[in-house]
Design a binder for this molecule. Structure first.
Ligand SMILES: C[S@@+](CC[C@H](N)C(=O)[O-])C[C@H]1O[C@@H](n2cnc3c(N)ncnc32)[C@H](O)[C@@H]1O
Length: 256
C-alpha cells in the first residue's frame, strides 16, 4: 500500500519528470494542489481517473480521502508544486499516512528556484564570487528559527533564494541592508516562472519593495538576490576550474 508524492514542476506542464508523468497517466486518483499546479498536467490523467483539488481541504481531510482510495486498491498520486521537499508540507502527510500503514514514494520535481534561475538565465553559483545558495523565506505568519533569521543568513553574502516572501519585501530589504548588503545589489523577482503570464523583474535591494508594488506582485514569486544575479555578469571573466584548459581532473589532463 503506497502513495506516490510527485513534484509537478513550476508550472510549464512539460517540466514534470518522465517518471512523474508516467505515474500520473496510470493513476486512479490524483490529489493536487490546485492553487499552483497547472491544470493541463491533470488533464494527462486517464479519463476515468478521479481528480481531487485540495487547496480548500485541510490536512486530515486530504489524508482520510487518500487512505480511503488506497484501501480500495487504487493507485493514488499526490501532486505537489515544484519539488515536494521544499515548503511542500509533505512531512505531515507522510507521518499521518504511515500511522495508517501506508508508505510513500517521492518523485522529485523541478523546484521554482531552478525554474526562476533558468528564465532569468542566471548561474546561482559563480566561480570566485559565490559557491553557495541559501533557500529560505522571510518571516511572516510562519515563524523562522532565531538562528535562521534572514539578516543572519544574509551575512554570508552568497546567493539567496526566497520563497513565500512576495508580501514581505520591506522586511527583506531591511534584513539585507542590516547584513551589510549595498542598495545596488541585484535582485531578480520571477513571478509565475514558466507560466504564460510569467514576469521577470530586475531590481535591487534598495528598490525591491517599490518594484514589487509597481509590478503588482504579491504572490507566486521567487526572489533571487546577490551579485550572481547581476545582468552584466556574463561580460565579466568568471571562469570555473572545470573547463580551464590548464586544470587536470579525473576526465581530462590539463595543458602545460
Ligand atoms: C508552498 S511553496 C512551494 C514551493 C515548491 N515546492 C517549489 O519547489 O517550487 C510556494 C512558493 O514557491 C514559489 N513558487 C512556486 N511556484 C513558483 C513559480 N512558478 N514561480 C515563482 N515562484 C514560485 C513562491 O515563492 C511560492 O510562494
Amino acid at each position: 500500500m503506497k502513495v506516490y508524492i510527485i513534484g509537478a514542476g513550476p508550472g510549464d506542464p512539460d517540466l514534470i519528470t518522465v517518471k512523474g508523468l508516467k505515474l500520473l497517466e496510470e493513476a486512479d486518483a490524483i490529489f493536487y494542489t490546485d492553487s499552483l499546479v497547472n491544470d493541463q498536467l491533470v488533464h494527462r490523467a486517464k479519463p476515468e481517473a478521479e481528480i481531487v483539488p485540495t487547496a480548500g481541504m485541510h490536512l486530515e481531510e486530504i489524508v482520510t480521502e487518500i487512505v480511503e482510495r488506497v484501501r480500495e486498491g487504487k493507485t493514488v498520486v499526490r501532486l505537489h508544486t515544484g519539488d515536494p521537499s521544499i515548503y511542500g508540507a509533505t512531512l505531515e502527510q507522510i507521518s499521518l499516512l504511515k500511522k495508517q500503514g501506508i508508505n510513500v514514494e517521492i518523485v522529485p520535481g523541478v523546484s521554482s528556484v531552478f525554474a526562476a534561475a533558468a528564465v532569468a538565465q542566471a548561474e546561482l553559483t559563480v566561480p570566485d564570487l559565490t559557491q553557495t545558495v541559501i533557500l529560505t523565506r522571510a518571516e511572516g505568519r510562519t515563524p523562522v528559527p532565531e538562528r535562521e533569521k534572514l539578516e543572519e543568513l544574509a551575512k554570508h553574502h552568497c546567493t539567496l533564494a526566497l520563497f513565500l516572501s512576495a508580501t514581505l519585501t520591506k522586511k527583506v530589504k531591511s534584513a539585507l541592508q542590516a547584513a551589510g548588503w549595498s542598495d545596488d545589489t541585484p535582485v531578480v523577482v520571477v513571478y509565475k516562472a514558466t507560466w504564460p503570464d510569467q514576469k521577470i523583474v530586475r531590481s535591487t535591494v534598495g528598490t525591491l519593495d517599490e518594484d514589487m508594488r509597481t509590478n503588482g506582485i504579491r504572490k507566486h514569486a521567487l526572489i533571487l538576490a546577490g551579485w550572481a544575479l547581476d545582468s552584466s555578469i556574463a561580460e565579466r571573466n568568471y571562469r570555473s576550474k572545470l573547463y580551464d584548459k590548464t586544470f587536470t581532473h579525473g576526465y581530462r589532463r590539463g595543458e602545460k
